[in-house]
Design a protein around this ligand. Structure first.
Ligand SMILES: CCCCCCCCCCCCC/C=C/C(=O)SCCNC(=O)CCNC(=O)[C@H](O)C(C)(C)COP(=O)(O)OP(=O)(O)OC[C@H]1O[C@@H](n2cnc3c(N)ncnc32)[C@H](O)[C@@H]1OP(=O)(O)O
Length: 262
């Protein structure tokens, strides 16, 4: 599949998705978002790819969120912005809830939908000059693509409310201090660091990794009985898998496991 507003490369079990509108701070208009959704469905459904890295083209921006200039143009022309907005808002929140791990490599400013993409990722590495925030209130919107319901689950409540109600951005060291990101690195080391995280994850059983992510999400969003009930099903699936036989056998034979993900 060829894309115009993103790039999508797969190498050695890792998919690298790059938002590719650097001239617009990698802002997302509807077309870019739909390409991103298409790449995400391919990543989710490809059994040969186990981890994704999401980043932005250029050195200035990871993603500046919704493309406000396109929205203004379309609104001025009487375009159906409401209709256009509905699916992407939901998409950003839901599409990234796929069982495979996603690493965000934050190469610059992440604002609005840009930070909402990061909040939907599992591990975040940021360049030392990255900044991030949810400036929606400053442009007459609210963080409806995951920001309002994810941020306060990932950082202290009062710190989250301070960001959500002011729309202020924070820098990478502050984001790391409050636990919003895993690592801050020199800009030139960003992709290599994200790749190192991916390499560590693909040394594990992909089935175990995916079921772990599902279990964590269920524990966050389901009541405890339903979460435990689903864990029992996951445990049965693992115990019946090839990987459950291969893992202990490789350990006993002092060799690297050969995972199949089944
Ligand atoms: C909501 C309606 C949806 C409509 C249709 C469907 C869309 C599908 C996408 C799915 C979206 C999911 C929901 C997400 C919603 C949001 O993200 S709302 C919030 C939108 N983003 C913002 O409010 C951020 C606005 N930008 C800024 O605050 C700052 O620019 C910055 C990002 C903090 C960077 O500041 P700075 O480094 O000082 O650079 P600037 O000089 O401000 O900007 C450089 C140039 O880039 C342009 N630009 C920046 N942000 C955007 C943007 N979001 N859209 C378009 N263009 C942007 C800016 O205008 C500058 O351009 P030039 O003046 O031509 O140099």
């Amino acid at each position: 599949m060829s894309y115009q507003f993103i790039t999508y490369e797969k190498r050695d079990r890792v998919a690298v998705v790059t938002l590719n509108r650097p001239e617009s701070m990698n802002a997302l208009h509807l077309e870019a978002h739909l390409e991103l959704q298409e790449a995400w469905e391919d990543f989710r459904d490809d059994p040969d790819v186990w981890v994704a890295i999401l980043t932005g083209a250029g050195d200035r921006a990871f993603c500046a969120g919704n493309d406000l200039k396109v929205t203004a143009e379309r609104t001025a022309r009487g375009g159906d912005v409401q209709g256009e907005a509905r699916p992407p808002f939901g998409r950003i929140t839901r599409d990234f809830d796929c069982p495979k791990p996603i690493i965000a490599a934050v190469n610059g400013v992440a604002a609005g939908g840009g930070l909402e993409l990061i909040l939907a990722c599992d591990i975040v590495v940021a360049s030392e000059h990255a900044r991030m925030g949810l400036p929606e209130p400053k442009v007459g919107l609210f963080a409806g693509a995951g920001g309002a319901h994810r941020l306060a689950r990932q950082i202290p409540f009062k710190v989250a409310m301070g960001m959500l109600l002011t729309g202020d951005l924070i820098d990478a060291p502050e984001a790391h201090r409050i636990g919003l990101i895993n690592e801050v690195v020199p800009h030139e080391e960003l992709i290599a660091t994200a790749q190192a995280w991916a390499d560590r994850i693909i040394r594990c059983s992909p089935l175990s990794v995916q079921l772990t992510k599902e279990a964590v999400f269920d524990a966050q969003f389901l009541n405890i009985d339903d979460a435990f009930r689903k864990d029992n099903g996951r445990r049965d699936r693992l115990l019946a898998s090839h990987d459950f036989v291969e893992g202990p056998r490789a350990f006993a034979e002092k060799r690297q496991p050969e995972w199949t993900g089944r």
